[in-house]
Design a protein around this ligand. Structure first.
Ligand SMILES: Cc1ncc(COP(=O)(O)O)c(C=O)c1O
Length: 349
């Protein structure tokens, strides 16, 4: 891929901010270069020094887990940060386009709207699969990024790997971003394994879902080192704080526990699905490969409001294209799911 064609010209020539920790990367010495407090922190921990701006220790450990190089990794404040930065890196406002496949995760459009980047839509089919004809018809010279969300939010299903590969091969000069926020729940391999095959591939993952770290805000983009360098150039210098970097190092030793969570959540999803199916006002439950169920209800809006009164909060997706009368329900604990089912049964009584 010719990144010099793809990356916005002023970003290619940009001189990025050079932080103190960019200019001296050693760990030993008397640090009088960053205007920090040399005595310590008002808090008990050692927070007085700035963190590593490129998080090399963390990336080295994550790279081993994922079978990539540290240079393939960008860490962001949630995956929302790389979503925003990717658009910033390659799309000229009011000129360039991104392609999305609605119904899908809302931040692709919001980040593009904020940056005045145009949106092209290639809606998923009625059963939430990629409509390749629509993608191929829609992509044009101004399209810079094609977003694929798999498993998809809000539908919950995996999209066809074969279709994604066709898109990757058909548009080698555009970024194809595969958002795998929910990949841990799916019975499939990750596109991270294909990183060496496609220079135009970007894979997004997050520690917010299966790893149970949403409150820490940690998302990852895996991509060609040239693109990662560009993202590093335009990010805020110290975007991942010291506490989060330390906790991520700890978390990476606990993938077994993450796998246990995944097993339990998938079991709970199957139980919840089978019990919801019994309810007469449930019209359809869409197949899920993640930790949520998209459920079509008779009287979806009324049920949503009734559940709110019971302090059970689900997501009303009934105004979203192809999701008419649908509520999106995250899989809870056994007790939470039982409370939901009890409330739904009472609604019917
Ligand atoms: C598909 C998808 N991508 C990305 C995100 C953002 O995750 P993060 O918490 O890493 O910003 C979400 C959050 O719900 C999501 O559903």
């Amino acid at each position: 891929m010719d990144f010099s064609q793809l990356i916005r010209k002023h970003i290619q020539s940009l001189t990025p901010y050079s932080s103190a920790r960019d200019e001296y990367t050693g760990k030993e010495g008397i640090f009088l270069d960053a205007n920090e407090n040399p005595y310590g922190s008002v808090l008990d921990g050692s927070y007085n020094r700035y963190p590593d701006p490129y998080q090399w220790e963390v990336k080295t450990k994550l790279a081993q887990l994922k079978g990539v190089k540290p240079e393939n990794i960008f860490l962001g404040n949630g995956s929302d940060e790389p979503i925003d930065l990717l658009i910033k890196a390659v799309c000229e406002p009011k000129e360039d386009h991104i392609m999305i496949m609605p119904p899908t995760y809302g931040m692709y459009k919001v980040c593009a709207d904020i940056q005045q980047v145009r949106i092209q839509q290639a809606p998923l089919t009625e059963d939430f699969h990629i409509d390749l004809d629509s993608v191929f018809d829609g992509v044009n010279a101004a399209t810079k990024i094609i977003w694929v969300c798999s498993p998809n939010n809000p539908s919950g299903n995996l999209l066809s790997k074969h279709a994604v590969v066709q898109i990757l091969k058909a548009f080698p000069d555009k970024l194809v971003v595969v958002d795998e926020a929910y990949i841990d729940f799916a019975d499939t391999t990750s596109f991270v394994d294909e990183l060496n095959l496609y220079e135009n591939l970007v894979v997004l993952q997050t520690f917010s879902k299966a790893w149970g770290m949403a409150g820490l805000r940690l998302g990852v983009a895996y991509a060609h080192p040239t693109l990662i360098k560009v993202l590093n150039k335009i990010k805020y210098p110290y975007n991942i704080n010291i506490v989060t970097q330390g906790l991520l190092l700890e978390a990476l030793d606990k993938s077994e526990q993450k796998n246990e969570y995944v097993k339990t959540i998938v079991q709970q999803r199957e139980i919840l699905e089978s019990q919801l199916k019994e309810l007469p006002n449930v019209l359809r439950i869409f197949p899920s490969d993640c930790n949520q169920l998209l459920v079509k209800f008779k009287e979806a809006k009324k049920i949503f409001l009734y559940l709110l009164e019971q302090k059970i909060i689900v997501r009303d997706r009934s105004n979203v294209a192809l999701c008419e009368d649908c509520l999106r329900i995250s899989v809870g604990t056994e007790q939470e799911n039982s409370a939901l089912l009890d409330a739904l049964k009472k609604y019917l009584a």
